[in-house]
Ligand binder design. Structure first.
Ligand code: GLU
Length: 495
């Protein structure tokens, strides 16, 4: 037998282990983030492991989407593994359990098991495997084996819990200190002899996951608290192998405003939603990190929560430094889009125009729009326009939408909108005569037009905005006019 690695490396190691059976949920990004920050804080390594042992439900396209999403957030991993490529490792550990007589083959048929499960459900009891195959005779086994072989299926392999308990001096409770939930205790007799390898010859999640965690020297398993019930089973597997478990931290799931766990039904659970709404990846991470009191954001002098401003972290280092995983308690992480928007605005504010330009290109599929802008305005003026819009809006999608008004081909549809055509002509004539098309001169023209037409200056500004942007409100029209320049303005005023 090959040498099996020992858990000798002391450095902090964490992993994010998504199953490629669907797209990542925003809660998945939060779990990935906590692992990433924990590694960053402790100078540890961050492993990305694709849990794809379920060959029928796992899809390559989902794996690619998961990788893309993590890259979008710049959550970089140090090592990458696929469970489907580590089968021989699971075999090795299973062999140890077989050799030590801590597992047994199960020939129960699926419908038999389903029936027992149904009975358990109907009598409102947890289903526990009855251990039937623990006691079948060798000759019966041979017979069943032949039948299974003919059908092309395998006996499933179950953990012999009674035997493990017996060898561990009647180990009565699986106990562990969860970094978030504190000391927890489970009665292993209630697990039933769960399956490590199925009749389809596939390793189950509980087995493959904890074997990987051990074999990859993972020191801290940080994951959603929906996995809390799997943990004692995984610890028991390691117990059978006489290995020490990692530290577990089961963090709170994300809850919607309605108090229910966020699910696929919530639009905001989908990562695409954030791209479409125009939230900056860093701002989303900042938001996810602080949601649920996970940070030491308290004033050390009086114990009060710091002002919200103190929860703005422009980079992951700041987040990592203050992360306190022990605070990621249950049901405190309630999703609040207004807060996310507020954080997004703060993140936009500190970006330089150049940085925002790069983000628009790389993260928001705006390469073409930027190219067009630069072709029409040149690089310098384009940056000024981006910088101007950056300070006017809260999200990238608002910025990208406003950017359209700067393009040559921008069409204005005034159908059905009442406007003063006299005023339009007057604005057109006065602006046509203007040579220096700077903000100040335009301002004077507006004033002049207002007095010529006996209109309020405000009304003239509103009319100008309508004719050149087709909108009734928006950022400073003087600035916009200055950027657009005479050619575009005149063209638009001609209608
Ligand atoms: N593949 C599991 C999931 O996506 C991972 C759970 C774990 O972190 O152990 O839920």
């Amino acid at each position: 037998m090959e040498k099996i690695s020992t858990n000798a490396i002391n450095a902090i190691s964490v992993r994010f282990a998504p199953s490629p059976t669907g797209n990542l949920h925003i809660g998945g990004i939060r779990t990935a983030l906590f692992n990433y920050l924990f590694a960053l804080k402790n100078g540890g390594r961050f492993v990305l492991r694709i849990d794809d042992t379920d060959r029928t439900r796992s899809k390559k396209e989902y794996e690619e989407a998961i990788v893309e999403d993590l890259k979008w957030f710049d959550l970089k991993w140090d090592e990458f593994y696929r469970q489907s490529e580590r089968i021989s490792i699971y075999e090795k550990y299973l062999d140890i359990l077989i050799e030590n007589g801590l597992v047994y083959e199960c020939y129960c048929k699926e419908d038999e098991i389903l029936k027992s499960k149904e009975i358990a459900v109907n009598s409102k009891k947890p289903y526990i495997y009855n251990g039937k195959c623990l006691n079948i005779s060798q000759s019966e086994k041979e017979k069943l084996k032949a039948i299974f072989k003919e059908k092309g299926i395998y006996p499933s392999i179950r953990l012999n819990i009674a035997e493990i308990l017996r060898r561990n001096y009647d180990y009565a409770a699986v106990e562990f200190d969860d970094a978030v939930h504190g000391r927890l205790s489970f009665n292993p007799k209630l697990f039933g002899d769960f399956i490590l390898k199925t009749e389809k010859n596939r390793f189950t999640y509980n087995f493959a996951s904890i074997i990987d965690d051990y074999d990859l020297n993972i020191t801290h398993v940080i994951r959603g608290e929906d996995h809390l019930s799997n943990t004692p089973k995984q610890i028991l597997i390691l117990k059978a192998l006489e290995k020490k478990p990692p530290v577990f931290a089961h963090i709170s799931l994300l809850y919607g405003k309605d108090g229910k766990i966020m699910s696929k039904r919530d639009a905001a659970s989908n990562i695409k939603y954030y791209l479409e709404e125009g939230y900056l990846p860093k701002a989303i991470l900042n938001y996810l990190a602080i949601t649920g009191n996970t940070f030491t954001v308290y004033d050390t002098r009086n114990g009060n929560r710091h002002a919200f401003e103190k929860e703005i972290f422009h980079d992951v280092y700041g987040m990592a430094e203050l992360l306190d995983i022990q605070k990621a308690k249950s049901s405190s992480a309630i999703f609040n889009e207004d807060k996310l928007k507020f954080i997004n605005e703060k993140h936009l504010a500190v970006l330089s125009a150049e940085e925002l330009k790069n983000i628009l290109t790389e993260k928001f599929r705006a390469a073409q729009a930027i190219e067009k802008l630069e072709a029409e305005y040149g690089k310098d003026l384009s940056l000024k326009i981006i910088g101007f819009l950056k300070n006017e809006f809260k999200t990238v999608s608002e910025i990208l939408k406003e950017l359209e008004i700067f393009f040559d081909g921008f069409t204005i549809n005034l159908n059905g909108i009442k406007y003063d055509d006299e005023l339009r002509r007057s604005l057109l004539n006065n602006l046509l005569n203007l040579n220096d098309f700077d903000e100040n001169s335009i301002k004077n023209v507006i004033k002049e037009t207002a007095s010529q037409n006996k209109k309020a200056v405000k009304e003239c500004y509103e009319a100008l905005r309508l004719f050149i942007t087709g909108r009734l409100d928006g950022p400073s029209i003087l600035k916009i006019t200055g950027f657009l320049g005479k050619g575009k303005i005149i063209k638009r005023l001609f209608l």
